[in-house]
Structure formats: structure tokens, C-alpha cells
Design a protein around this ligand. Structure first.
Ligand SMILES: Cc1cc2nc3c(=O)[nH]c(=O)nc-3n(C[C@H](O)[C@H](O)[C@H](O)COP(=O)(O)OP(=O)(O)OC[C@H]3O[C@@H](n4cnc5c(N)ncnc54)[C@H](O)[C@@H]3O)c2cc1C
Length: 403
């Protein structure tokens, strides 16, 4: 692992920082149009799709430059780009598995946020066991007819297109009968019902497909290759943006210290309590571990290695850390940790949480519960690490579990 930035990296960081300082919106972006406008500005500045090939509108930038840009955005608390699933998951999937015609048709519009995307994988009875999915796509010559239901579709309510997994061969073994499609969400056969979460917002939806149409030209890869394609998608989802995430945690840490100084117990600042100091010190050490784990991934990416199954280690580690982190914050803040709006200025959390919503500690705490579920729960990550990273035999684990 190389922890030094090259002179070019440092110059790029400096340029990016100056651009962001001059351009970052000073107020929360509320409407879709405002968020699109900010996204477009980031694209024009070369900060969107940085790793994508130049011929498809990207910058062809090295992983280090991408990480630096994301890190600088986190540092200044810049609003996230609007088409995040399109850029982080759908685009890379089309780049790796799509035809030239699909690349020409879709990629630039993803980068420009002219078309917004969602991921149509999970179903009511197929989450961790995704290969059990039952949504069907029936071959009708030049198109497929899609029937079924998806759930937990992030951004479903604003999406124009969805990356869909559907069963095309019900007779094949379950992993082999799945295919991947690009589905037009704006057609009559697709109904989107937003789901209200514990936070009060509705970031994801249920999606019902009733005789919806997917064009044959919009099938990604070969028929029956859907499972393999989904693995590419999921490894992108689990590995990316780790350094920027650590920077956001670090921003929140500074604000937690500020709150612990302002809060008094027995007439003295909470930060002087030895128990509180010890817990804060421990979480800071864990934060540093996250930083080095992020740098290790970055080093590997920079050398051209793909994250693959090892990205499950990072995903497991940061999502479990995030829960401990915001639990501690809630303990320290007491009743102030329950306030979702207003309250004393020094008790506010002014850091974009993972969802891109600049919010309160209460919101961040509730949101942190999702991290050990989405893109594969912690238990599933442990299974992946055991089987695909450590090469543990399944039978041996089952024997031990029974023992
Ligand atoms: C914030 C958020 C956003 C999401 N966005 C999307 C999206 O955009 N698109 C999409 O398709 N999906 C999305 N999801 C869904 C997500 O992928 C699923 O919730 C996840 O895969 C778990 O599936 P499940 O909810 O059906 O739980 P289940 O699979 O029913 O799991 C229930 C419990 O059983 C455990 N379990 C299950 N199988 C095993 C096993 N083999 N070994 C050990 N333990 C096991 C799990 O760890 C969990 O604790 C999102 C989820 C969240 C929370």
C-alpha cells in the first residue's frame, strides 16, 4: 500500500478544492431541477464519471483521481450527484457487458442525468437469496413481456429507467435462468409505489410490472447471464467511495466533539468525563482503521486490481462501524440526539449522510441501520468472505454450526 500522493495528485486535489469552494451550493438543494443543475455543473467540471472511458463521455481518470474528487466533495459537504445509481452501478455494468449500441444510447445520458436510473433486483421473497427471484420475462420475438414485483427500489419514484433482473428460463437451475434488462420505467405496465421509511422520507419504492415491455435490444449480455452480470454490479456497489465515506465520518466526528464540549453534566463539559473520553477515543481509533482500509482498496484499484469478493470485507467493516458510531453519538447527545430539526446550533449535524440528505443526528442514526442490510446484509457478506475470499468449504461450516 502506498500512502503518498504524487505531485500530480496533489495538484489535482488543489484544483478540485478551489473549484468546489467557488461553486458548491450554499443552501440545500430541494427540487429535482436544482439537483440536476448541480449534477450538470459537476459533469462540466469533469467530476462525474471520472473513471469512465473518454469515448463515452468520461474522463478516463485513474482511481486515485476519482477518490480525491469524492474526498474533496465530502470535505466541503457538497450535495451528492443526483444519478448516483446510474453512475456507480448501471453505467459500469453497461460498459463491461453492454453492446456498442447500448453504450452509445445510454451512457452519456446517465452522465448528464438526462435519464435517471434505479436498480430492480430485490423482490418480496428474494433479497439475500436473490437467485430465487420470480419476476418473469417472456420472449416474444423482438421484445420480452415482464411480469412481477420488485421492492426496496432506491430512487424508483424519480427513475426513468431500471436495471432489471428477471427470469427468462423457468426450467433452468435458478442461477442460470436469470437475464438482465434495461427497463423503461415510464411505460403504462410499470407502477411505482413509494415506501415511507422510519426516517419519514420515502427514498425507495415497490415496483409492479404488469405486461411491461423490455426490448430485445435492451437485454444486457447473453440470455441466462443475468446472475454473472449481477455479481459485477454488486462488487461495484460494495467497494466504491470508501475514502469519501471516511471523510464524511470525520466531519461528523468533529461535530460530535463540539457537541460533547458544549453539553454539561454535573456542571462540567461532557468531554471531560473519563468514560466519554475513552469511548470517543476508541471510536476515533476505529475511524482511522476505516481510513487505512479505504486506502488499501484504493492502492489495489490503482494497481489495476478489481475489488471482487474482497469488497465484502470493506462493506461489512464500514457498515458495522457506522452503526456503532451513530449509537455512540446518540448516547452522548441524549435528548438532543432525538431532535430532527432545529435545536441548538452546536448540536446539529451538518454532514451529508449516506443518503445525501443533510440532516440531524437522529436521521443519521436511523439511516445507519440500513447499511448492514443494503447490497447484501452483514450475514451474507460473512458468507461471501468465508467461501470466496478465505475458501472455506461450505460443508465444514455446516458441520461446525451443527456442533
Ligand atoms: C436502504 C436500502 C436500499 C436498498 N436499495 C435497493 C435497490 O435500489 N434495489 C434493490 O434491488 N434492492 C435494494 N435494497 C434491498 C436489499 O438488497 C435487501 O434488503 C437485502 O438484500 C436483504 O434482503 P431482504 O430485505 O429480503 O432480507 P432477507 O434476505 O429476508 O434477510 C432477513 C435476515 O436473514 C438473514 N439471512 C438471510 N439469508 C441468510 C443466509 N444464507 N445466511 C445467514 N443469514 C441469512 C439476513 O442477514 C437478514 O438478517 C435496499 C435495501 C435497503 C435497506
Amino acid at each position: 500500500m502506498d500512502l503518498n500522493y504524487s505531485p500530480d495528485d496533489l495538484a489535482f486535489r488543489d484544483r478540485t478544492r478551489r473549484w468546489l469552494e467557488a461553486n458548491v451550493p450554499r443552501r440545500e438543494l430541494k427540487t429535482l431541477d436544482e439537483r440536476r443543475e448541480w449534477h450538470r455543473k459537476l459533469y462540466d467540471a469533469g467530476l462525474i464519471g471520472m473513471g469512465w472511458p473518454r469515448e463515452y463521455g468520461g474522463q478516463g481518470a485513474a482511481p486515485m483521481a476519482q477518490a480525491i474528487a469524492a474526498d474533496e466533495m465530502a470535505r466541503i459537504n457538497a450535495p451528492s450527484p443526483i444519478n448516483s445509481l446510474g453512475i456507480s452501478i448501471v453505467g459500469p455494468t453497461i460498459i463491461v457487458h453492454g453492446t456498442e449500441a447500448q453504450k452509445q444510447r445510454y451512457l452519456k445520458k446517465i452522465l448528464l442525468a438526462e435519464e435517471l436510473w434505479c436498480q430492480l433486483y430485490s423482490e418480496p421473497n428474494a433479497g439475500s437469496d436473490l437467485a430465487s427471484l420470480r419476476t418473469s420475462a417472456e420472449d416474444r420475438g423482438d421484445h420480452f413481456i415482464v411480469n412481477g414485483q420488485k421492492i426496496w427500489t432506491s430512487g424508483g419514484a424519480i427513475a426513468d429507467w431500471g436495471l432489471l433482473l428477471a427470469r427468462t428460463d423457468p426450467k433452468a437451475p435458478k442461477h442460470k435462468g436469470i437475464s438482465c434488462f434495461l427497463l423503461d420505467m415510464r411505460q403504462p405496465g410499470v407502477e411505482v409505489r413509494p415506501l415511507k421509511q422510519i426516517t419519514g422520507s420515502a427514498e425507495f419504492s415497490e415496483v409492479f410490472m404488469t405486461s411491461a415491455r423490455a426490448e430485445k435490444a435492451d437485454a444486457i449480455g447473453r440470455l441466462g447471464q443475468g446472475w454473472e452480470i449481477a455479481q459485477t454490479t454488486l462488487s461495484y456497489e460494495r467497494g466504491g467511495n470508501s475514502l469519501a465515506r471516511v471523510t464524511r465520518y470525520a466531519g461528523a466526528f468533529t461535530q460530535l466533539l463540539r457537541a460533547a464540549r458544549a453539553l454539561k453534566r454535573g456542571g462540567r463539559p461532557l468531554l471531560e468525563d473519563p468514560l466519554v473520553r475513552s469511548r470517543i477515543g476508541r471510536i476515533y481509533a476505529e475511524l482511522e482503521v476505516q481510513r487505512y482500509a479505504a486506502l488499501r482498496i484504493l492502492s489495489a484499484l490503482q494497481k489495476g486490481e478489481s475489488p471482487g469478493a474482497a469488497s465484502s470485507i470493506t462493506k461489512l467493516s464500514y457498515s458495522e462501524f457506522e452503526k456503532r458510531y451513530f449509537e455512540l453519538a446518540e448516547e452522548i447527545l441524549g435528548p438532543f440526539g432525538q431532535v430532527t430539526a432545529g435545536g441548538p446550533e452546536e448540536m446539529n449535524l451538518d454532514v451529508d449522510s449516506s443518503s445525501g440528505v443533510r440532516g440531524s443526528w437522529a436521521y443519521a442514526f436511523l439511516w445507519s441501520r440500513a447499511g448492514t442490510i443494503y447490497s447484501g446484509s452483514s450475514e451474507i457478506q460473512k458468507n461471501v468472505i468465508g467461501e470466496r475470499v478465505l475458501g472455506l468449504p461450505k460443508e465444514a461450516r455446516a458441520d461446525r454450526a451443527r456442533a
